[in-house]
Design a binder for this molecule. Structure first.
Ligand code: COA
Length: 161
């Protein structure tokens, strides 16, 4: 599917870590309300994510949250997650769910959104997913189409808060 993602000069991509806490709150605030999360809660979440491994590939994670780092400032320019769901159908197949994509407002329009989607999609393929899916606002359909995603189905939800 994807050619190997080319990371532009001046940037790197790695798994989220504890020291990203302040930057991650800022970047995700561009997506939705983050709330008054403490460093301790953030650490517990990262530890929880690290504790969940795929059944199919030893050592590989269920939760894969990656950050794009500006190497000049050592700050988080973009963030995104691929969560890998283990199914019974499709011969015990895996589906990748892309979640919580955000580019820091100072870095938008530099193809970093496409970079993180390409990278997460590539991870999904590498981990053995037979497809990768995501939900998005209508206003972002064009962006995801630029990232080689097609509209398929309709999101339904029931909200509790
Ligand atoms: N609608 C249509 N096209 C869009 C678009 C949009 N909302 N946003 C970007 N594009 C296009 C760009 O023009 C570019 O096209 P080109 O290749 O022809 O030049 C291509 O998509 C890639 O854009 P890119 O520079 O990678 O986008 P970005 O880094 O600015 O990131 C978002 C895009 C949506 C991730 C970013 O604007 C963002 O973080 N928004 C706030 C949070 C959010 O809405 N997240 C998505 C949740 S579903």
């Amino acid at each position: 599917m994807n050619a190997k993602t080319i990371i532009p000069n001046g940037f790197s991509i790695r798994r989220i870590q504890l020291s990203d806490f302040e930057d991650v709150k800022i970047v995700l605030a561009g997506l939705t309300a983050v709330g008054p999360i403490t460093l301790s809660t953030y650490e517990n979440i990262l530890n929880y994510w690290d504790s969940l491994k795929l059944m199919t590939i030893p050592g590989e994670y269920v939760y894969n949250t990656y950050v794009v780092i500006d190497k000049n400032t050592n700050s988080v320019a973009a963030i995104g997650t691929i969560f890998v769901e283990q199914k019974i159908i499709h011969d015990g197949g895996l589906v990748g769910h892309i979640e919580d994509i955000a580019v820091n407002s100072d870095y938008r329009g530099q193809k970093l959104g496409k970079l993180i989607i390409d990278y997460l999609s590539e991870q999904g393929e590498k981990l053995g997913c037979y497809k990768v899916i995501l939900d998005c606002d209508v206003k972002n359909v064009g962006f995801y189409e630029k990232c080689n995603y097609n509209q398929a189905g309709i999101e339904m939800q029931t909200r509790f808060n």
